[in-house]
Ligand binder design. Structure first.
Ligand SMILES: [Zn+2]
Length: 589
């Protein structure tokens, strides 16, 4: 017995079995019941929405001797004759028979009366594929059709049909099917074939069908042969969306501006063989789910995701403001549209990730909104919280008053005044130098101290790595001096140049461009606030690359260290505030 696809096996036999398209069904059944059928119809609409199925039912119904509610009865002699195929119903695929010869042939044959029924019905599929001369030949037939002929022209692209043809047809527009109807249809089929299934799996397959019954059923078919029970995992595996959790991590990292994590996840997912286009689609899907979770009260029911997946989506939604999600969605839609025009899709994808992660590099109104929102948040956090709690023992011993009022005029008048919270945590020896948490001008007993800033690097790598520009550059004040005459910035710049030419791994370079650096004696110390960066740098291969590159520029001793995040975020907030509102005296209460 030959294999029949689900779509063909469960093709509807009556109008009652049609999924949706009530408006079309009502018009056609009314015409049949009133015995007032037309001679030419144009069925338009997306593929898989039931055009051919309805055309076939209609063709049998007009010939049926006792139609039931406008549908063929299935019992009369004509219906029985049609069940085993009939000469009175002809299906022509215009995609393969698009020439004038076929249309002339049709014009001749249409003159002969029907064999068993009342009407000869011609169903011309993909009619927009006909050539101009074939359309002309068809038009001749439509102008003077024999009384026994009915033409049903079906197309997905009505705009390609000549106006002369359109004007002779009754046009019926088919609509995409809503997910709930697709789900219901799929459930009834699964029940009929006795297949066990999870509701989430059915929802996922219906969603993937994107309004097309045929598309949904062909996906379902693949899922059914894949495993014994139809589970959500099976559906995801067949849909190529197996790594929901990876995509979720990527979206979360992107929305929280954690670029190193985002890039490294992106690399990992692509390395597993997923194409850029599919990953983009997954990201967009997830963003739309996040939007629903953010804005709808009954989101869980609407999304129909397994509980734990919904929890992940909800968590991402709660952590990001609406405008960020909306902006990210818009950026990815644009990127998806542009994908077919670019020579290197991966770069487009990474650029989109960066644009989302760093609104400061984007001057559109949306990006500015996101930045204002972030600033408001930081401002609220700054005014609500006392200085950051101690995260290292040395910190708690330092003589910081719990609340250290800062006179407004200091912020306004002194550019180099540093808010007490900004003071970074360093080694104990450093604090023995003098008062650690005092304005900078008083706390610099060593004029030779080096800044841990990296202005020269930013300048050096500016052209190749836009990321180093867009990060607000943070300048913690002086750590203990390195060897006299050794400039940590210069060494860092050299290191980055060397890394650029040696490292094949773009992630390592990106990650390294975001480090703070200073000397402690002969030892070069890299610092980061991110555990992710720390983890990436600790990998054997990366460690080896760094050791080699540093050896190449004469540094044999180095260390990568963790810096506390509270310091940095407070510092970032104030630096950013000052940068953005230069003309306003900012008062922190
Ligand atoms: Zn019948």
């Amino acid at each position: 017995m030959s294999h029949l696809s689900l779509y063909r096996k469960f093709r509807p036999e009556t109008f009652g079995q049609i999924v949706r398209q009530e408006h079309v069904v009502r018009i056609l059944t009314n015409q049949i019941e009133k015995n007032a059928v037309g001679h030419a119809y144009l069925f338009t609409g997306p593929r898989g929405t039931g055009k051919t199925s309805i055309a076939r039912i209609f063709a049998r119904a007009v010939n049926c001797e006792h139609p039931v509610n406008g549908s063929p009865c299935g019992a009369c002699p004509t219906c029985r004759a049609f069940a085993s195929g009939s000469l009175d119903i002809a299906e022509i695929d215009a995609a393969s028979n698009n020439g004038v010869a076929e249309m002339r042939d049709l014009r001749e044959k249409v003159q002969y009366p029907p064999v068993s029924g009342r009407y000869k019905v011609y169903i011309v599929d993909e009619v927009h594929m006909l050539t101009d001369s074939a359309f002309n030949a068809l038009l001749k037939t439509l102008e003077e059709p024999p009384a026994h002929a009915i033409f049903i022209l079906a197309t997905t692209e009505p705009q390609k049909i000549p106006a002369t043809i359109l004007s002779r047809c009754m046009r019926l527009d088919f609509k995409l099917l809503p997910e709930e109807d697709l789900e219901k249809h799929l459930r009834s089929i699964l029940d009929a074939i006795g297949k066990e299934y999870e509701d989430e799996a059915v929802a996922a397959i219906a969603r993937a069908g994107a309004g097309s019954d045929r598309d949904m059923l062909s996906i379902a078919e693949a899922c059914i042969v894949y495993s014994e029970k139809l589970t959500y995992e099976t559906a995801c595996a067949v849909l190529g969306a197996a790594d929901f959790h990876e995509t979720a991590k990527l979206v979360r990292a992107m929305l929280t501006s954690d670029m190193p994590t985002a890039l490294s996840l992106c690399e990992g997912i692509l390395a597993e063989g997923k194409s850029v286009g599919v990953l983009l689609k997954d990201i967009l899907n997830l963003l739309s789910e996040v939007t629903v979770a953010k804005t709808c009260k009954n989101a869980e029911r609407l999304l129909a995701l397994p509980h734990e997946l919904y929890a992940t989506v909800k968590e991402i939604a709660d952590a990001a403001p609406e405008e960020s999600i909306l902006r990210a969605t818009e950026i990815f839609i644009k990127t998806e549209n542009e994908l077919r025009f670019v020579s290197s899709p991966r770069i487009s994808l990474e650029a989109a990730l960066m644009r989302v992660a760093y609104p400061s590099a984007d001057l559109s109104a949306d990006a500015l909104l996101v930045r204002i929102h972030a600033l408001e948040g930081k401002l609220a956090a700054l005014s609500a919280c006392p200085p950051a709690p101690a995260t290292e023992p040395v910190r708690s011993e330092s003589p910081v008053p719990a609340k250290d009022p800062v006179p407004a005029k200091d912020l306004g008048e002194q550019d180099n005044y540093e808010f007490p919270m900004e003071e970074p945590v360093f080694e104990e020896a450093y604090f023995s130098d003098g008062p650690a948490f005092a304005p900078k001008k008083q706390s610099s007993p060593q004029p030779q101290r080096e800044q841990i800033s990296r202005p020269s690097v930013a300048a050096e790598t500016k052209k190749e790595t836009p990321m180093s520009e867009v990060r607000p550059s943070v300048r913690p004040s002086a750590p203990p001096a390195g060897p006299v005459g050794t400039d940590a910035d210069a060494v860092y710049a050299k290191f980055m140049r060397a890394l650029r030419t040696t490292a094949r791994n773009g992630v390592l370079f990106t990650v390294c461009s975001d480090l703070l650096v200073h000397f402690e004696g002969e030892k070069l110390v890299f610092e980061t606030t991110s555990d992710t960066i720390l983890g990436i740098l600790a990998r054997d291969a990366n460690r080896r690359t760094m050791t080699d590159v540093l050896a190449g520029i004469g540094i044999s001793d180095f260390e990568v260290r963790r810096r506390t995040a509270e310091e940095k975020s407070a510092r970032d907030a104030l630096t950013e505030l000052k940068q953005n509102f230069k003309d306003y005296p900012i008062e922190i209460k």
